[in-house]
Design a protein around this ligand. Structure first.
Ligand code: NAG
Length: 453
């Protein structure tokens, strides 16, 4: 019996160890949300996720990576400074989106020289800004441009990038840059976009975007991110669920340990048109935009917390996800319970972990849901077996400031140390960390960086 228990314990440990990535995306447009919803890299808990992906950067007409926001490069340095607090944290820069409605990758991949220029630019840009890797956000190869060719050209891009990252690491004796991609979850899109068996080897992990399965563009309510099909699904809709997407990726030969299950921190809304309020109820467009995200069609988790205080919440047993309804508004969302169901699914399928879209839509400050900061992602972290965060233990490369009171009551961020200009303080959730600039450099408040006096 004892032996059996030990064996079971070992199995459990191995199981948890295989789901070892918790990759969290943040968006550089969340800084424009009002008041307590404003999110910058200073709101990131450096111990919450194993990887943080900064979304989004783009590509210019010379096939080079360029920032989008005026303050991206300042944010990069603050983000990558979090590695002084948690040296195990990895950061990736996400590149993609659309330019005039089209993915900039269509032009990049079209010619070998375009890919080579992009790859050179990526390595140099990531190294300059101290990122650990690149995340490809092309939705989706084959959607526009030249469908059949773009599928093959995406394979070329991924394999050439991976090879170049390997060479760069060898030549410069550095840790190899990571390569990941955000990929489709609808079956026809997957088939059109990817040569799965050819790209999987070159990617360190694959973020399957297991959300946006249903939304206000449909004429009846459906859930944003259901685990399984519902009794009201028919036709192609029977595949609009996590189980169908992941089964398809696995059937096409993706190694389970590279697939990351997508966890949304938002829900999708509908405007009901009859007295019916259940799944499949008639609807016409989205509910009102949320007061913070200000875009009709979805609500962040913290906006849903506000809504849920007056709404009626229901659980969809077949899909293991909740929805809430009040008046003519309907939202299908995720909560701690549905996150737990999805972690069970992830573990049962030996997947490589989770990715979250996004940090900034969870109740990151703990102001809305009365459940502390990051109620969803913290729950995910714990459910995945990551144990408590060492927020009170200073990281090995930092020394705790002797004036530990410095950060009490101060917002997260970097501050001048009046007593020694070669050092500076980092405040994170009331804790004080002291960092040192390179010799001869001093900390400048104007750039929040170390520079010559
Ligand atoms: C999950 O997907 C697989 C493959 O499509 C299917 O055989 C299985 O019945 C699905 N499970 C549920 C509970 O729907």
């Amino acid at each position: 019996m004892g032996k059996l228990l030990t064996a079971l314990g070992l199995l459990l440990v191995l199981h948890i160890a295989s789901s070892n990535r918790l990759v969290c995306h943040m968006t550089n447009w969340a800084q424009y949300r009002p008041s307590s919803a404003k999110f910058t890299v200073d709101n990131i808990d450096p111990f919450l996720c194993t990887h943080v992906v900064y979304a989004l950067s783009t590509i210019n007409s010379f096939n080079q990576i360029i920032p989008i926001e005026w303050n991206d490069e300042q944010q990069f340095s603050r983000l990558n400074n979090l590695k002084n607090v948690n040296p195990a944290l990895k950061t990736l820069l996400s590149v993609g989106g659309t330019v005039n409605g089209l993915s900039p990758f269509i032009a990049v991949v079209a010619r070998p020289e375009g890919r080579a220029a992009f790859i050179r630019s990526a390595i140099s840009y990531l190294r300059t800004h101290n990122f650990d890797g690149l995340n490809l956000a092309w939705e989706y190869p084959g959607n526009n441009g030249s469908p059949q060719q773009d599928k093959e050209r995406f394979t070329l891009l991924v394999t050439e990038l991976s090879k170049a990252f390997e060479d760069d690491a060898k030549e410069n004796r550095k840790t190899q840059l990571l390569l990941s991609a955000n990929v489709a979850s609808f079956l026809p899109t997957i088939d059109r976009a990817y040569e799965v068996n050819k790209i999987a080897d070159s990617l360190d992990f694959i973020n399957v975007m297991t959300y946006d399965y249903h939304g206000h563009w449909e004429a009846a309510t459906g859930h944003n991110s259901p685990l399984y099909r519902s009794p009201v699904d028919s036709g192609s809709h029977i595949h609009h669920n996590i189980n169908s997407s992941i089964s398809h990726w696995l059937a096409l030969g993706a190694p389970a340990e590279k697939l990351l299950l997508g966890f949304p921190t938002y829900g999708r809304t509908y405007r009901l048109t009859t007295g019916a309020t259940g799944l499949g109820a008639p609807s016409n467009g989205p509910a009102d935009a949320g007061p913070y995200t200000r875009t009709a069609g979805f609500w962040s988790y913290y906006e849903i917390c506000d809504f849920a205080s007056s709404a009626t919440a229901e659980w969809i047993p077949e899909q293991e996800v909740p929805y809430a309804t009040y008046g003519s508004s309907w939202v299908g969302f995720d909560n701690q319970r549905s996150y737990s169901s999805k972690v069970q699914f992830m573990t049962a399928n030996n997947l490589g972990g989770a990715h979250v879209w996004t940090l900034d839509m969870d109740d990151f400050g703990g102001y809305f849901c009365s459940a502390g900061p990051y109620p969803l992602i913290n729950h995910l972290r714990i459910s995945m077996g990551f144990g408590p965060k060492p927020t009170t233990t200073p990281a090995p490369t930092t020394t705790r400031d002797p004036i530990t009171e410095f950060c009490r009551g101060r917002p997260n961020g970097l501050y001048v140390n009046e007593a020694d200009s070669n050092t500076y303080f980092q405040c994170f959730q009331g804790n004080t960390y002291l960092h040192r600039c390179q010799p001869n450099l001093i900390f400048w408040d104007s750039c929040k960086c170390c520079n010559w006096p």
